[in-house]
Design a protein around this ligand. Structure first.
Ligand code: HEC
Length: 426
């Protein structure tokens, strides 16, 4: 009887393993292609490539660790407390299981593939992922010194567009990723007070007051509008069909650049591609900063909370969200509150990582009625337990450098293209 049971178990185990030991060619490669190769291929941001069995096999143990810890693929939104996102690159439980049991089984290759594994690429033209641009704006070359802080550096680029121009996408090509902390491209309509008086094409460093203070009665969007930002982890994604951003006739694009030093003098020459809309969109998209600039994080505080909110005066739809904090950023949550006070989670990032400032695109844009709010709560860890903390002994306020902090929820919203953007908020 015992012997029979033993036989039966061995037999069952044999069947099970034959059925479930995944191999690279048939089971692992399709996952790697869909969820990893966007970054793990030549010329992309990951330092190692996963384009064939040969180049993936040496990383098997590291893949098991990264996948079971959830550090790869990088994706920080909690699925339960967030909306569904169309650029979600996280693994399903089944995919995770396939990858880890493949490694546990000795990472077998499976049937040899006769063709070399093709590299999946979403870049029709290697230079630009979104294809041939209609307009390329070159950020003038900038010599980044070897050490020290580089203050936010600005450049003005006159677009010379003669009529109001709708664009359906824009894409950054960052030249030296190691030294570019972030870049923002702002649209500055004619007559705006934003960093006015500086010449085009040359680097300048305005004071904080010059950057911030608008003219009396000047609308925020009449002054400037964020066209597109680049932060680590950035991927270009066009806005939806019949949606676009507006570049009014005669606007300038103002580049705000934050360079980091990394021990070597380097010249950066990044570029921004613009894609014109084929037809005028039905909805205009703008980027709001749901932010709080007034806070002091006490030294050592492990979970300081800051709150920000906006209330809408017009119907809008939330298109994307991007939590932005610096090195002490710990968590961020954005909730929609309808005029009756009912709450709905938009995004919850329980473990924020400064190196992955992902923009999360809602699969179904979230409609908000006039009177609805977006509440954005941020938590900061200024304790010594935060391994990224530059100095747990200091009180930390809002500021430009990574050792200072920021609390911004960048929120892209879409609304009736005929509505004046400066009437959106209450
Ligand atoms: C959005 C870009 C991106 C995606 C998608 C991505 N990775 Fe990575 N991966 C990186 C970058 C960048 C690094 C190097 C820096 C780092 O470790 O954070 C990396 C590093 C790694 C490492 C090395 C970590 C270590 O411990 O040294 C492994 C293993 C890895 N990735 C596995 C994967 C797997 C498996 C997938 C898909 C299931 C994946 N990655 C998807 C960007 C990505």
């Amino acid at each position: 009887m015992r012997r029979f049971a033993f036989l039966l178990t061995t037999f069952a185990a044999g069947l099970l393993s034959a059925a479930t030991v995944p191999n690279f060619s048939e089971h692992v490669y399709p996952i790697v292609r869909a969820k990893c190769q966007g970054c793990h291929q030549p010329g992309e941001i990951a330092p190692m490539t996963f384009t064939s069995y040969r180049d993936t096999r040496p990383w098997a143990a590291a893949i098991r660790t990264a996948v079971s810890r959830g550090t790869m693929p990088p994706w920080h939104a909690d699925a339960q407390a967030s909306r569904a996102f169309h650029n979600d690159r996280s693994l399903t439980a089944a995919e995770r299981e396939t990858l880890t049991s493949w490694v546990a089984a000795g990472a077998p290759e499976g049937p040899a593939r006769d063709d070399p594994a093709p590299v999946s690429t979403d870049a029709p033209d290697k230079a630009w992922r979104l294809g041939k641009p209609d307009l390329v704006l070159k950020v003038p070359s900038f010599q980044v010194p070897a050490k020290g802080d580089v203050p936010y550096t600005f450049f003005i680029f006159p677009t010379k567009l003669e009529k109001d121009t709708w664009i359906h996408a824009a894409e950054w090509r960052i030249d030296k990723r190691r030294v570019v902390h972030h870049m923002n491209a702002f649209v500055r309509p004619p007559g705006s007070s934003y960093v006015e008086g500086y010449p085009a094409g040359v680097a300048f460093v305005p004071t904080i007051a010059q950057r911030r203070n608008g003219r009396q009665g000047e609308g925020a969007f009449a002054r400037r509008e964020l066209l597109l930002g680049y932060e680590p982890g950035y991927r270009p994604i066009p806005w939806g069909p019949r949606q676009g951003k507006l570049i009014p006739a005669g606007s300038d694009v103002v580049f705000e650049c934050h360079f980091d030093t990394n021990g070597e003098e380097t010249v950066d020459a990044s570029e921004l591609a613009i894609y014109f809309a084929k037809e005028p969109p039905v909805e205009r998209v703008v980027t709001l900063s749901v932010q709080n600039m007034i806070f002091t994080i006490p030294p050592g505080d492990p979970a300081y909370r800051s709150d920000a909110t906006v209330t809408f005066a017009e119907p809008v739809r939330v298109v994307s969200v991007q939590p932005h904090m610096h090195l002490r950023g710990k968590a961020m949550k954005i909730e929609a509150v309808d005029p009756a006070g009912r709450k709905a989670g938009v995004i919850d990032v329980p473990r924020y990582d400064f190196n992955w400032q992902t923009t999360y695109f809602l699969r179904d844009p979230l409609p908000l009625a006039p009177g609805a709010r977006l509440d954005c709560a941020a938590w900061f860890d200024n304790s010594p337990n935060n391994k990224h903390n530059p100095d747990p002994r200091t009180a930390v306020k809002w500021g430009d450098q990574s050792r200072d902090e920021m609390h911004i929820g960048f929120v892209e919203i879409a609304f009736d293209a005929r509505v004046d953007a400066d009437r959106l908020l209450r």
